[in-house]
Write a protein that binds this ligand. Structure first.
Ligand code: FAD
Ligand code: UDP
Length: 369
């Protein structure tokens, strides 16, 4: 018998959900993380009583009642509705693309007028499936919206031309012919009251966690002390980059505390022109309707991932997806390692999807006992 049933690499949502569920059935888990805190990318840092989303804006949304009830069983969520604004050359537009946006762009006041305008804007009709993000956007919303609200933002966010990006990235954004600025179509949406750390603390209650510990510094040790390893880090690194280095997009965050009560009147303002080097400014207090006398804002500057910085967004283009498949196949042969989460599955997962993926894995493991 080894010391632990599971050593879980990564105290992010995947690792925390997995650990929680295994603890519930009496399995002994040790969670390690190379960072100095738990929570992975949902971690919040408190400044002036404001929960600052340290790794970018995190808004929980899902259509799955089970997952919504699951997270709410650890901490109640508020009803924050994400309604970001877009700033293009000093002019403001509502997002996602809806009647408010169409009015701001073209002065159209009815859905019929808006549909006609968009139809005029769609220069070519694409008969087959759009092949890339640019085609997808143009065929959906036409030239003006693409130029003002999509192209600049997308190309700086991904550091690639929109014609070289997969169409699915933009499919996340709704197009609506109602005056509705809700960014998400999902039934459930909100922010944990008191911040995401409460969710992570709830999940990791009673679980041993060791921070500032990089799995790769002594990987045989972790296998020696556990029956199985759950790995939520970079899958290419796990296999010593033998098929090459998977590409990621990263971000640099510039956070400032300001002696003002309300800086931008909204939690998220996107800057959609190519010339502004950041993609968005967050004002964290608005996620929880904060009334503090000061405020904290963060500018997000996209950059390419290089060793030593955090890999945030997998780049699911053809080249990287093909490389990932090779790593995935190797992963399937590893009988004592379970791979999961945004980095190990190399997927542009949202939080509810990561939780769903972890719960699914848990069910598979439980059926073995
Ligand atoms: P992570 O949170 O990345 O956790 C992995 C953990 O593993 C990290 O703590 C890392 O330090 C640790 N680790 C990695 N390698 C090692 C190693 N070698 N040794 C030890 N530890 C290691 N989702 C939403 O639903 N809504 C949003 O609004 C939203 N906004 C986002 C904004 C940004 C900028 C980003 C980057 C993501 C956003 N997401 C959002 C996605 C969300 O962050 C992820 O779905 C979720 O946090 C992924 O959880 P995870 O456990 O897979 O990975
Ligand atoms: N996007 C855009 N303009 C915007 C916001 C988003 O073109 O103002 C595109 C961009 O390509 C982005 C994608 O839509 O990568 C998904 O946006 P989302 O806000 O979901 O991105 P995330 O929060 O995951 O960074």
């Amino acid at each position: 018998m080894k010391q632990y049933d599971f050593v879980i690499v990564g105290a992010g949502l995947f690792g925390a959900v997995f650990a929680c569920e295994m603890r519930r059935i009496g399995k002994k888990c040790l969670v390690i993380d190379k960072r100095e805190h738990r929570g992975g990318n949902v971690y919040c840092e408190e400044i002036d009583n404001i929960n600052v989303h340290k790794y970018g804006a995190h808004i929980f949304h899902t259509n799955d009642k089970k997952i919504w009830d699951y997270v709410n069983s650890f901490v109640p969520f508020n009803r924050y509705t994400n309604s970001p604004m877009a700033n293009y050359k000093g002019k403001l537009y509502n997002l996602p693309f809806n009647m408010n946006t169409f009015y701001q762009l073209w002065g159209v006041k009815t859905p019929e007028e808006a549909k006609n305008k968009i139809q005029e804007q769609i220069a070519e009709s694409f008969e087959s499936e759009p092949k890339n993000l640019e085609e997808q956007a143009l065929s959906l919303v036409g030239e003006d919206i693409y130029r003002i609200l999509i192209k600049g933002y997308t190309e700086k966010q991904w550091g690639r031309r929109a014609v070289d990006l997969p169409a699915f990235i933009i499919k996340r954004l709704p197009v609506r012919f109602t005056f509705d600025n809700n960014y998400f179509d999902d039934k459930y949406q909100g922010i944990p009251i008191g911040g995401y750390n409460k969710l992570i603390d709830g999940l990791l209650e009673g679980v041993e966690v060791q921070l500032n510990t990089d799995y790769f510094e002594d990987r045989t040790h972790w296998s020696d002390i556990s029956e199985q390893v759950v790995f939520t880090g970079k899958i290419d690194q796990f296999f010593d980059y033998k098929f090459g280095v998977l590409e990621y997009r990263s971000l640099r965050f510039e956070t400032e505390r300001l002696e003002t009560e309300n800086y931008q009147g909204n939690a998220v303002v996107n800057y959609t022109e190519a010339e502004v080097p950041y993609t968005r400014i967050l004002e964290h207090k608005h996620f929880e309707f904060g009334k503090q006398p000061t405020t904290v804002i963060t500018k997000e500057y996209p950059c390419e991932w290089t060793p030593g910085i955090e890999p945030y967004y997998p780049i699911n283009d053809e080249k990287n997806s093909a490389m990932f498949k090779q790593y995935q196949q190797l992963g399937e042969n590893e009988t004592n390692v379970i791979f999961g989460g945004r980095l190990a599955e190399y997927r542009y997962y949202d939080m509810h999807q990561v939780i769903g993926s972890a719960l699914k894995k848990v069910e598979v493991i439980k059926s073995r006992y």
